[in-house]
Every structure is written in structure tokens, then in C-alpha cells.
Design a binder for this molecule. Structure first.
Ligand SMILES: [Zn+2]
Length: 425
């Protein structure tokens, strides 16, 4: 009988008295949700036909946050190391991994990675993140075990958070990597094209090597019909030739909108030629390449002389969609992080001097609409037909939510409440 009543309900959930955050600001509307989707947006919703009603009491409602660049397999593995630089962190990370998983069987590796990653997923969920895109290792130490671990987590957590996978393809493992693509385990081809691994360890690649790495990534992307999501020009030297190369290549190969570059700190390095910067930024806009900035990571890990990010303001002025993401959380690359995109957004606003209401509204886009586009999410937003992934923030405006780092009053995933006031429900 109860089921029958439910079938006749027009909404599983109605949200009234909220301010909906659309890409350019807030509007006062009510939301009707059915079967995991937003089915109605109106001035007034008939709450008598809803199973459950949330009165938002004037709070801001944003679409679920999108953390477009993480490394959740490594989370919570920090060991009190003192690390000086990115290259040192890469070296230590590889050595530690080889030592740690020496002689482990595949199933044990999978379970171990799942256990680590679950800690971070729970934090993401209570902080309102609806979708994460995580880089996952494929290498000779763990094979494709980390991919399988993520696939199991994807299934286990699908009612609470969506997981997208970026994985780079080591040259010696192309066959296994392509098999994993066919299994549906990989959504984006990743890579570290400005790094090179030699017998002696990690180093920065020279210009030819970087371009060769990118050419190979684009070839694999075309062959496997995958979008591209790579680390790019993560250095303190003002050499951003790889960024420029990727943008032009994206345009020439008609991959507009399907390529994301993360970091690009070189673009903001001291001594950068302003004309060359303007040219590279213009190519980025023309090729519709997405940029993801990782402010916490860059401030922590870059060299003593300059701890800086990419040129967010200049990229935005050119019309480039910029996402803000967490990157590493409490591992050898960064011993901090709370998986809270409001925290990363406020830091971004402070670094790039985004203080006005208009600018802070743009900052909010960097943890919602822009990274959603970078991740290729089709049903994202607060419109009829959108996936009902919403966060009711405990603030009456977007600037207030950022400034006061407010609690997430309710987190809703696929139409169901998954967390309230910092706790999973
Ligand atoms: Zn990264």
C-alpha cells in the first residue's frame, strides 16, 4: 500500500525556499525531484505531492561539487617525510610503493587501496563533492590492481558519489592498459608528459621528449576514443612550451573541449615572457582546452623561491574554463587536505585577489560548472533533466558561503540525502 502511495507521488523530494546557484548567479526557485533527477523548477512547487520536503530557509543551493583532479589511491599514506621538491616526491613515492607492495598478491593490493581510498571518499561525500576524477596508477608494481580497486569502489559508492578514472599508459603496459579501457575501467587518458623516468630516477623531460610524450598520448586517445586529462608544465621555470603545444595540437586534431591540462604553474613563473603568455592563453581559449589549478598542492610543493599557481585571472579573462581541485591529500606530495572544495575555492580567491560578489560567483563556478564541463558531465546543473546532485549550503549567498566556509547543511546525491551537517546519513 505504501509503495502504491509512493508511486503516485509527483516528487520523491521537494526543496522550497532556496536560492539556486546557476552559472551566473542565484535565483529564488523551488525544486521537485523524482527518480534521482530534477523534474521541475518553479516559483512554487506543490509540496503535498512530495514524499519529503526540505525547507532551505533562504539558503544557497549549488550543484554537487566536482573535484576534477585527485589521487585518492595514495590518500592518507603520509609518513612524516620531509620532501623538498616535486621530483623528490616523485622519486620517494615510487620507491615507497615498490618497497611497500613487494611480494603482495593482487587481491591484497586491491583491498589495501580500497581501504585508503574509502577514507577520502567519505570526506568528499560529507563535503558535498558529487563527482571526483582521480588519477590511478598503472605500473609494473601493481599492474592494473589500482584500477580494479577503483572499479569496485565505483560500484560500492554509486549511490553517494560518482568516480571518474584518469590513467596514464606506461609504454611497456600498452596491452594491459587498452584491455582496461575495453573493460570500462578508464574514462580519461592521463599522463605526466613533462616528467621523464630514467634509470637514475625522475627528471624533467626536454622539449623533444615532452612533445613525443604528448603525441603518444593523443594517438592513444584517438585509438581508444578517450578524452585527455594530463599534468602539464608543473614547474617553477617559465617554460610553458608544452602547454602551448598541447593547445595547438588540440585545435589541429579537432579535440576541442576534450582536453584538460592541470597545474601549468610555469605560466605564472618569474621571468615569463608576457607576449608568449598571451599567445599561449589565446591558443588555450581557441582550442577550448580546460585548465585545472591545484592551489594547495602548488603552494606546498613548489620550490622555496616561488610557490605559485597558474594565471587563473588571465585565463578566465580569455574565456578559459578553469577548475579548482584538491590534487593529493595527506600523502607524500602534500600532508594536508580535507577534501573540501570550498576550502580550495577560498584559497584560490585569496591568491588571485577575487573579492567582489561577481568574482566570488566566478570562483564558485570553478568548483561546479567548469570542472563538470572538463569531466564531460552531461546531466549536470540545476535544470529539469539534471541529475539531482545538490548541496544546500548554510549561507544566504555565495560570497558568504566562501568567506565563512560554511557547513554543508544537506548533501543530496541522485535525489537522496547522503550527508547532513558534516555527517553521512
Ligand atoms: Zn596530480
Amino acid at each position: 500500500m505504501q509503495e502504491r502511495t509512493a508511486m503516485h507521488m509527483r516528487y520523491d523530494l521537494a526543496i522550497i525556499n532556496g536560492k539556486l546557484y546557476l552559472p551566473f548567479g542565484c535565483v529564488q526557485k523551488e525544486v521537485g525531484i523524482k527518480d534521482g533527477y530534477i523534474t521541475e523548477i518553479a516559483d512554487k512547487i506543490d509540496t503535498s505531492s512530495a514524499d519529503l520536503v526540505i525547507d532551505a530557509e533562504g539558503r544557497v543551493i549549488v550543484p554537487g561539487f566536482v573535484d576534477a583532479h585527485m589521487h585518492i589511491e595514495k590518500s592518507f599514506t603520509a609518513d612524516d617525510e620531509e620532501i623538498d621538491s616535486l621530483l623528490e616526491a616523485c622519486r620517494h613515492s615510487a620507491d615507497k610503493l615498490a618497497e611497500y607492495y613487494y611480494n603482495w598478491d593482487r587481491e591484497s593490493i586491491i583491498l589495501d587501496i580500497m581501504e585508503n581510498a574509502e577514507q577520502i571518499l567519505k570526506k568528499c561525500i560529507v563535503n558535498g563533492t558529487a563527482v571526483i576524477r582521480t588519477n590511478v596508477m598503472v605500473n609494473e608494481i601493481v599492474g592494473t590492481a589500482a584500477l580494479e580497486a577503483m572499479e569496485r569502489l565505483r560500484e560500492k559508492y554509486k549511490s553517494k558519489i560518482d568516480i571518474l578514472i584518469t590513467a596514464d599508459c606506461p609504454e611497456k603496459m600498452e596491452e594491459e592498459w587498452e584491455k582496461a579501457v575495453k573493460n570500462g575501467w578508464i574514462n580519461f587518458i592521463g599522463g605526466y608528459p613533462n616528467l621523464t623516468v630514467e634509470e637514475s630516477g625522475y627528471g624533467f623531460a626536454d622539449a623533444d621528449e615532452k612533445q613525443r610524450n604528448i603525441d603518444r598520448i593523443f594517438e592513444l586517445a584517438a585509438r581508444n576514443q578517450l578524452p585527455v586529462d594530463v599534468h602539464c608544465d608543473e614547474s617553477d621555470e617559465p617554460d610553458f612550451s608544452l602547454f602551448r603545444y598541447i593547445c595547438e595540437k588540440t585545435w589541429r586534431e579537432q579535440m576541442e573541449g576534450k582536453v584538460t591540462v592541470s597545474h601549468v604553474t610555469a605560466l605564472g613563473a618569474k621571468g615569463a615572457d608576457e607576449e608568449a603568455v598571451a599567445d599561449a592563453v589565446a591558443w588555450c581559449a581557441k582550442a577550448a582546452v580546460h585548465v585545472v589549478t591545484l592551489p594547495s598542492q602548488n603552494l606546498y610543493l613548489m620550490s622555496e623561491n616561488r610557490r605559485g599557481t597558474t594565471r587563473v585571472r588571465q585565463l578566465r579573462q580569455a574565456g578559459v574554463p578553469v577548475g579548482v581541485a584538491s590534487d593529493n591529500v595527506r600523502d607524500i606530495f602534500r600532508p594536508f587536505g580535507n577534501c573540501d572544495l570550498l576550502e580550495e575555492a577560498l584559497l584560490t580567491a585569496q591568491i588571485h585577489k577575487y573579492g567582489s560578489e561577481r568574482e566570488l560567483t566566478d570562483i564558485m563556478r570553478m568548483i561546479t560548472y567548469f570542472p563538470a564541463a572538463s569531466c564531460g558531465l552531461k546531466e549536470y546543473g540545476i535544470l529539469p533533466g539534471s541529475r539531482a546532485n545538490l548541496v544546500i549550503l548554510n549561507a544566504d549567498s555565495v560570497p558568504e558561503a566562501l568567506r565563512s566556509q560554511v557547513k554543508k547543511a544537506y548533501v543530496i546525491h541522485r535525489g537522496k540525502i547522503t550527508a547532513a551537517y558534516g555527517k553521512m546519513v
